[in-house]
Design a protein around this ligand. Structure first.
Ligand SMILES: [Zn+2]
Ligand SMILES: [Zn+2]
Ligand SMILES: [Zn+2]
Length: 273
């Protein structure tokens, strides 16, 4: 049960922190915990390196954390700050000398396929019961990825690690949350509201740790406010909340409003489960 490592690779909002050209206190802060690369999570389980989202900082994150390669990727949604590092998965393909499995909902993987066609060897539309193989193209014969489209509440496992996806509302699109039921651990980034079914699932999971995005305290159309996170956790009752996807509105040095079971994440943070 304990052969798992969970680490926050990045906890910054879409433009990172500091933001280029910004003179605010957080962007100018000397506290390295205010220095945030784009949001991503690393899970190592039984020697399998699992990444949640490949943002624009993926290469630097892997070098910083001495991660030689990625074996599997879970995608939360299609926004650029979560997917544009897909091209950098090629180095893991070279290392492994084998295809990488990538997982996500239809909206996400379809978008990735349209933008990174040259990387995809095939896509498995599991729900529709079909598997599509793409032709090798002459420009890019070494295709690196195998896409697995997940339904909104699908359970699956990666080398024995049980994973369940759940739906989240994120502005005009949906993002996927990921639950590791055996570890009472859930990951929810980029969400402004949860469907009832997701809240029920999380409540029944008896969460010990919930990493959830706090882009800005007041929230907006795509991201929930601090108050709304508290509201949801009154139902879900996770023992611990760790915030990620933080914009420059969130100062690591101002933790006065956090409750005892809450903490800000930071790049490189190991999350014990
Ligand atoms: Zn984002
Ligand atoms: Zn700033
Ligand atoms: Zn987003």
């Amino acid at each position: 049960m304990n052969n798992i490592l969970i680490k926050i690779l990045g906890c910054g909002a879409s433009v990172g922190c500091p933001i280029t050209g910004c003179d605010c206190n957080v962007c100018k802060s000397t506290n390295l915990k205010n220095n945030r690369t784009r949001t991503s999570l690393f899970i190592q389980y039984n020697y399998t390196n699992i990444l949640v989202d490949s943002g624009p900082d993926l290469r630097q994150q892997m070098l910083r954390e001495n991660i030689s390669h990625i074996d599997k990727v879970l995608y939360t949604h299609k926004h650029a700050d979560h997917v544009v590092g897909m091209d950098d998965l090629r180095s893991s393909f070279f290392y492994r000398k084998d295809i990488l499995d990538v997982y996500g909902n239809y909206e996400t993987l379809n978008h990735c396929y349209n933008n990174f066609k040259y990387l995809f060897k095939s896509i498995d539309y599991a729900n529709q019961g079909s598997r599509v193989f793409f032709e090798a193209d002459n420009d890019f014969p070494k295709k690196s990825l195998f896409g697995h489209i997940l339904s909104n509440y699908e359970s699956f496992n990666i080398n024995g690690l049980k994973i369940q996806t759940f739906q989240q509302h994120h502005g005009r699109i949906h993002s996927a949350g990921y639950l590791l039921p055996d570890y009472h651990f859930a990951y929810s980034t980029d969400v402004h509201e949860f469907p009832q079914e997701s809240i029920e699932l999380l409540k029944n999971a008896k969460l010990k740790t919930w990493i959830i995005s706090l882009t800005l305290k007041e929230g907006n159309d795509a991201h929930m406010s601090f108050e709304k996170i508290k509201f949801y956790n009154e139902i879900v009752k996770s023992e611990r909340l760790i915030f990620t996807h933080m914009g420059h509105f969130i100062d690591y040095d101002d933790r006065s409003y956090l409750e005892e079971n809450m903490s800000f994440g930071y790049d490189g943070m190991i999350v014990s489960v």
